[in-house]
Design a protein around this ligand. Structure first.
Ligand SMILES: *Cc1c(COP(=O)(O)O)cnc(C)c1O
Length: 348
């Protein structure tokens, strides 16, 4: 979802942005109008996430999936190995891609629990020679989330925050690189945010394409080539919306409450269940299954009739998944719980 207010504003400005007679889509990315949009978006993001001055924010394309390659290309810096924590589907993709560039040490894996837990930090076998440690703070498909930042000492920590960025405050100074595809919790698809500590840039793997070099984009203010201007603009409206709602503290409060009431309902029912260890359940993605999977189709059909859509679980795991990102209002979660209770009464 995108916030209703953001869509309304984008709609009002669609054909004529601020009296320029142009849509944002029609602007030159190097013109003063778009430059002001781009700068404002970056400074608002810097403010809401409290990004320290020695970090650069890049507005790129290619999705989080491109970052699976860009991270090793930029961060190996002469080393030949990196640590990865395997907590599910997205971790696995990051691991597979990194394996094309270096030796991957899977320092911990939740495979034994079928990815319903996070291996305790004490059990991780980190390699002190690793160029960096990569992890996935929120596994979007499995609904598993870290509720704290792991301590990995002096080795740069890299996080794929695609489905959790901006859902709560985070201490950016603990990270070497944070990256996120925008389409889950920021704005439209097509934009990828990378936040990188400046001293980690400048030594890419030989053969790295220009477009995959963080430093090239940092030096060019993310305008080495044409950036995804419209997605950047909408992301800026979302950052302003977050600021206006009280920032990430306010987002966290609502997100925590939304997820807790949904988990409480699921746990209180014999008809629905969620397999994830309560200590690492996601605030953003709540997977659940029905006691009788034969009712899945009926559940989805009636949910759709009630205006509750996109509840089908990822094709790799089945069941249901409620993605309750920042823009999902609390009333949306209440409506889902009401529907689920009613469905249970009629079909259990
Ligand atoms: C969606 C998602 C991705 C993939 O993002 P793309 O932008 O489609 O490449 C990667 N990691 C996580 C955690 C995701 O949720």
């Amino acid at each position: 979802m995108l916030p209703e207010e953001v869509l309304e504003q984008a709609s009002a400005e669609m054909t004529d942005w601020h009296g320029t007679g142009m849509s944002v889509m029609e602007m030159s990315h190097r013109g003063k109008e778009f430059s002001s949009i781009a700068e404002r978006a970056e400074s608002d993001l810097r403010e809401i996430l409290s990004v320290p001055d020695d970090y650069r924010i890049l507005f790129l394309q290619g999705g989080a999936s491109s970052q699976f390659a860009m991270v090793p290309m930029n961060l190996l810096r002469g080393r030949d190995t990196a640590d990865y924590i395997n907590t599910g589907s997205w971790s696995k993709k990051a691991i597979a891609e990194a394996g094309r560039f270096c030796r991957v040490n899977v320092a911990a894996t939740a495979e034994a629990s079928n990815f319903t837990t996070i291996p305790p930090r004490e059990q991780w076998s980190l390699n002190p020679e690793a160029a960096y440690v990569h992890y996935t703070p929120n596994e979007t498909i499995g609904g598993v989330e870290f509720h704290g930042i792991p301590d990995v000492g002096a080795v740069p920590l890299v996080a794929d925050m695609s489905s959790t960025i901006l859902s709560r405050p985070v201490d950016v100074s603990r990270f070497g690189v944070i990256y996120a595809g925008a389409q889950k919790n920021i704005g439209p698809a097509g934009l990828t945010i990378v936040i990188v500590r400046s001293d980690l840039m400048g030594e890419v793997l030989p053969g790295t394409p220009t477009m995959f070099n963080y430093e090239v984009h940092a030096k060019a203010g993310s305008m080495y080539n044409t950036p995804p201007t419209y997605s950047w603009y909408i992301a800026g409206l979302v950052f302003a919306w977050i600021k206006q709602r009280g920032g990430l503290e306010a987002m966290a409060e609502v997100n925590k409450r939304k997820s807790e009431k949904l988990y409480a309902f699921i746990d209180g029912s014999d008809f629905y269940s969620n397999p994830v260890d309560p200590a690492c359940r996601s605030w953003m993605n709540v997977p659940f299954v029905l006691a009788d999977p034969a009712l899945d189709g009926k559940f989805l059909e009636l949910a759709k009739e009630a205006g509750l859509v996109n509840l089908k679980g990822h094709r790799s795991v089945g069941g249901m998944r409620a993605s309750i990102y920042n823009a999902m209002p609390e009333e949306g979660v209440d409506a889902l719980i009401g529907f689920m209770a009613d469905f249970e009464k009629r079909h259990a």
